[in-house]
Ligand binder design. Sequence first.
Ligand SMILES: [Fe+2]
Length: 212
Amino acid sequence: MADQLTSLYPTTLMRRHLPNMEEVNRQLAGIIAELAATGPNMVAGTSNVGGFQTREDLLAENNRFAQHSAMVTLRSHFIRTIQDYAKLLFEQECMRNPTNVDFMLWGWGVSLKAGHSQELHVHPTAHISGVYYVAVPPGAKGETSTNGKIRFYDPRPRANMNQLFTQITRHSEIPAEGDLLMFPSWLEHSVAAFEGEGDRICIAFNVRLNMS
Ligand SMILES: [Fe+2]
């Protein structure tokens, strides 16, 4: 009889490419640039080292860009992806699927230039978090260096007690325009600085689920 193998407490990172977003991304980059020019910059007290961060109401219905077509498109993609990811999460984490699910979504834009980074952090008030890449400069697209990558760290604290030779303790994803990453909000992550011209622009979001 074959051995029975059980993968306990897996952590699922979802990466989805949103197609045909070139024009939407151009408009989103314009919105973030306008907010950066008019302020306020909300980086103080966040994980950002340098850079610009919008307020956390970027996706709110009363935001001045809420009815902008690029924002409406992005929001609908976010909602569809959240629904798909939440389904995976319930199957993976819960004893049974909830009968009723409602969620609160909020988001913010981040624009980093060369030398800017994000220190290791989690998103403590949410269940699911995500990041969508609006613009990725050439210096953040490298596949061999760590430049501009987002890193996710092994969430099992005791798994790092006596490390195996070459044990994998972190996982990096290379940002790409039009790609959306989703992960549990408790999963520690950071962003490495890149070099060169351009802005690395993303829109991050949190989801808080209400289930019964
Ligand atoms: Fe984050």
